[in-house]
Design a protein around this ligand. Sequence first.
Ligand code: SAM
Length: 224
Amino acid sequence: MSTAPKPEILAAFEAAKGFMPVDEGLALYAAAVEAGRLGLPLLEVGTYCGRSTILLADAARAAGVTAVTVDHHRGSEEQQPGWEYHDPETVDPELGLMDTLPAFRRTLHRAGLEEHVVALVGRSPQIAALWNTPVGLVFIDGGHTDEHARADYEGWAPWVAPDGLLVIHDVFPDPADEFTGQAPYRVYLRALESGAFTEVGVAGSMRVLRRTGAGHPVGSPAAR
Ligand SMILES: C[S@@+](CC[C@H](N)C(=O)[O-])C[C@H]1O[C@@H](n2cnc3c(N)ncnc32)[C@H](O)[C@@H]1O
């Protein structure tokens, strides 16, 4: 199985709305292909308009598993009107609120990947609280506040199966490089310190960790 996406998948990724550069997309795709071998779902927190979902979906298709993607589709802090990453096309004209679900559905349909994806619309911690099955990969690319990044980590990292992968986006060790805060970096450090994960890959601000240890990702309740 190739760890590089076919040209048409890469073209769909590049055509989709979103901010992920190609080098990080290629690393995410390789991780998803590898994790797919576990025969378990691949889960993403932070769908936005489906740019990264295309890669998880294609890897899921190849492995015969399902990609699950979680988002409330109302946008992160930095994507709201007046902020640097705002795209006016993502605003629902009737409600005046961001709604990235229509763009996401168009992206996935155009890429021919709809049937390989289950999209869960809601808040990540609320969905995680209902979740009850191991996954081969968790990709954390949701909200960048400490509250959101911590909740994504605590809600989803425990579900990464042994040998499965935890991929964290927007990890900026140097505060001079970050653009939306260092919460993902703090979550990344916490994953390593837990003893449950070992770093196996880096691409730009993307970090790929494998579940290798007996440690509990979230620790004892007192440590949370
Ligand atoms: C950086 S974007 C995701 C980008 C996407 N992975 C891509 O590569 O194009 C972050 C997304 O997380 C979503 N989000 C932020 N906080 C969330 C939360 N607590 N629950 C669910 N979705 C959330 C936002 O709505 C936004 O669409």
